[in-house]
Design a protein around this ligand. Sequence first.
Ligand code: EPZ
Length: 431
Amino acid sequence: MDRIRLRGGRPLEGSIAIGGAKNAALPLMAASLLTGDTLTLSNVPHLADIATMAQLLQQHGVDVSMDGGPGNADRGTPEGRTIHLSAAKIESTLAPYDIVRKMRASVLVLGPLLARFGEAEVSLPGGCAIGTRPVDLHIMGLKALGAEINVENGYIKARAPKGLKGGVVRFPMVSVGATENLLMAATLAEGTTVLENAAREPEITDLAYCLVAMGAMIDGIGSEHLTIHGKPSLHGAQHRIVPDRIETGTFAAAVAICGGRVELLNTRLDLIESVSDKLREAGCDVEETARGIAIGRNGSRLKGVDFLTQPFPGFPTDMQAQVMAAMSVAEGASMITESIFENRFMHVPEMARMGANIVVHGASALVRGVPKLTGAPVMATDLRASVSLVLAGLAAEGETIVNRVYHLDRGYERLEEKLAACGAQIERLKD
Ligand code: EPZ
């Protein structure tokens, strides 16, 4: 298995091209199941999770073809890859355990398959390193649209022989995935569906705009109250995927840790305001530029700031570990509370091995900043925890080796190349 070796202590200078959002691309790819025409997505990041979703769709019978290289403004391919998906002929409505267990977002095929073909059988995703992550809200919502659903033998078996019917779904808690599944399903339901307490993440807004381009009628896009007027069918469309706000925030956190100044290209400040506000409070400069965002920290040490993870527009859980890495070397203390997932502090013991002073009390972590971390071999059990250890390594004196790099490859395209181009001492060790 590949590893990442890095030596900390250098400021970052230069520019980094941000790719399309993984967490937008995955539901958008699933949306291709809603039509027999071709859906073309551009700005698709080159990531392991995208390959897994392509594999899942192919085994359903979707024709998937890809062109273009990895997104890199400096190399003249700022658009990333383009992927063409055609679900003209579906061979199977079964999403097997072998693929779903690799990637929970596989459950996003449930709504589209059920809405268009009247049946779907999708493996239950099971547990996960960051929490139990049930899918009860997806099931509750689809039942409210008239689906008959049984959970048997580890599979969600869903039927709607006469098609789905519009209904009112009030989510008891905000769920990104459940909102996406219901939004997609409702586009082909008979009549009007109302989704209340819907998630408002930019990836959902992106999905909604793509569905509209495919012929769907959706009111309230960007709000927690979505109204969908079902159509008998949708058609093909072309859609450019929104920039990855978590990749953006991760590199911003890297600059906060290392100092220097980096321009993040092809991205937008409004996608990460909750994060940029905290980084400013901690002493960084963040400004919009014609090409994206510039972030800098010169001279003074970071200051500890408190934050709480929340659904969008709150501080994203997917940025908690990275900003914790920054807070571990800040002046003063920082209280970080995780309100979305119950087990998302797996990076804490690894950061402690690098000299961080962090105490976890239930859903909160008290970080007392130390002047410096020291390099160590580390590993983590999920994507964002892994990248937070890369960031901690950038702050550490001496050598850090991050093991289990496959987690990083699920969500960061050419991470080490992008950081090295800005002066970080980082390389991938191939095994
Ligand atoms: C999405 O996961 C993202 N994944 C996650 O990113 C992200 O951390 C999460 O949203 C929160 O922002 C994708 O978009 C592919 P949820 P999702 O349903 O949809 C509970 C990353 O690192 N819940 O909003 O699975 C759930 O357990 C990943 O890129 C139920 O109880 O998240 C959690 O506590 C990790 N029942 C909370 O809701 C349900 O039926 C929010 O989960 C569904 C969710």
